[in-house]
Write a protein that binds this ligand. Structure first.
Ligand code: NPG
Length: 402
């Protein structure tokens, strides 16, 4: 076969070598319950991975939730697949044998670029794979003295922040919550909607924001094709976008909605990688893309999705999965790329947590009101508070070594 560029990862002596991988399960209380069309959370159950290399450590956060409701992945399953399959494979390969993709986004991070190919023998489990890749990337960039922003090609020192507002018990409580976020400076409001909680809350929040306030909605797959007329009637409220109203496999109904309404349709759950993004765009099922690195198997694929969307002139924005500072830091670096033209769900730590696992992310003031600063120290640029990892542990850590 000719024309197939295949390189081998970590051919240089400068690439770190993986020595050990640790899994840490934690439970972090949320400052307020977060309700979506698929469930209600009061605690974030998270899986953190620490990769120990001969050149230093790196941390990654798995975004799988407690239950397999947003996606098929869930945190117990992620921990199991990391422990049984993924971590042993990385420890065996140690970045020296797996063929890495030879593309622009793999350049400069040979060890991180070897992770996805090494783990490709396991079907799916993108969130689990993404956590490992993020930890390896953090370790590798720290060893090079480079920040994620620098390595990704960030073009901004600050990013615009939006906030995702859960389904509230009453309209009054919703308006109180949104008012609080506006006072804090958030530049865009995203409302969670579901059948029975859509037109009325959207109308009320539009009135609160005034005609110029940035507003969008997220249905997390709660609707069906029968709801197209109702969803099209949201055009009256000048929304930035309608996010994922239908099932993740159902591009056809999203394309029908896109034809029936003026509001841009944005896919989240459906977009698994650059290929599915391009396919959905070409089918007319999405004209804006929510990029969540965990859903795509890691930051390197997220960068490829960004690049593919940019080449097609499709705007992207950075989603969120209630990340602690570990994942938030990397998301903020990603959101500083030029294709991220809409504010992300990159909220301040205080939106979810009284204490964050790292230095807290706080919204800026003055000209940076409603923005977060992109970390510029090596790797994620933040430091994990190991005292809190221990304090919040919900299970004994698991350590795997070669
Ligand atoms: O700000 O981190 C955040 C959360 C943003 O609404 C948000 N996330 O569907 O996009 C989503 C939703 C979500 C949260 C999905 C938790 C899955 C779990």
């Amino acid at each position: 076969m000719t024309g197939q560029a295949q390189t081998h990862a970590a051919p240089t002596s400068s690439a770190p070598r993986i020595e050990a991988i640790e899994l840490h399960r934690i439970e972090v209380p949320l400052v307020r319950a977060f309700e979506t069309s698929f469930g209600r959370e009061t605690v974030r159950e998270a899986l953190l991975v620490r990769v120990r290399t001969d050149a230093g450590d790196g941390w990654g956060e798995c975004v799988a939730g407690r239950d397999p409701f947003y996606s098929a992945e869930y945190v117990d399953g992620a921990a199991s697949v990391v422990e049984r399959y993924l971590a042993p494979a990385l420890l065996d390969a140690r970045g020296t044998t797996a063929p890495a993709r030879d593309d622009f986004r793999s350049a400069g991070v040979p060890l991180a670029a070897s992770v996805a190919p090494t783990l490709a023998f396991v079907a799916g489990h993108r969130m689990a794979k993404g956590a490992l890749e993020a930890a390896v990337l953090d370790a590798e960039l720290r060893s090079q003295g480079r920040s994620m922003g620098e390595s990704f090609g960030a073009e901004r020192g600050w990013v615009d922040c939006g906030v995702s507002v859960g389904i509230a018990p009453t309209l009054e409580e919703l308006l109180d919550e949104v008012t609080g976020y506006l006072e804090e400076g958030y530049r865009r409001i995203k409302l969670k909607i579901k059948p029975g909680w859509d037109l009325v809350p959207v109308a009320a929040v539009r009135e609160l924001l005034g005609p110029d306030g940035l507003l969008q909605v997220d249905a997390n797959t709660a609707y069906t094709a029968d709801d197209i007329p109702l969803l099209a009637s949201l055009d009256a409220f000048g929304l930035l976008l309608i996010e994922q109203p239908f099932a993740e496999e159902d591009l056809a109904t999203h394309a029908l909605l896109a034809q029936a309404c003026e509001t841009p349709v944005c896919l989240d759950e459906s977009i698994l990688d650059a290929a599915t993004a391009v396919d959905a765009i070409e089918r007319g099922a999405t004209s804006v893309v929510n990029i969540k690195p965990g859903r795509m198997g890691g930051y390197l694929e997220a960068l490829r999705v960004h690049d593919a969307c940019r080449a097609l002139d499709v705007p992207v924005w950075c989603g969120g999965m209630l990340e602690t500072g570990v994942g938030r830091a990397a998301n903020v670096a990603l959101a500083a790329l030029p294709g991220f033209v809409l504010p992300g769900d990159t909220s301040a730590s205080s939106r979810y947590y009284a204490d964050d696992l790292t230095e807290p992310f706080a919204l800026g003031t003055g000209e940076h009101r409603g923005q977060l600063r992109v970390p510029d120290a090596p790797g994620t640029g933040v430091t994990v508070r190991e005292d809190l990892v221990r304090e919040w542990a919900s299970a004994a850590p698991v350590a795997l070594a070669r």
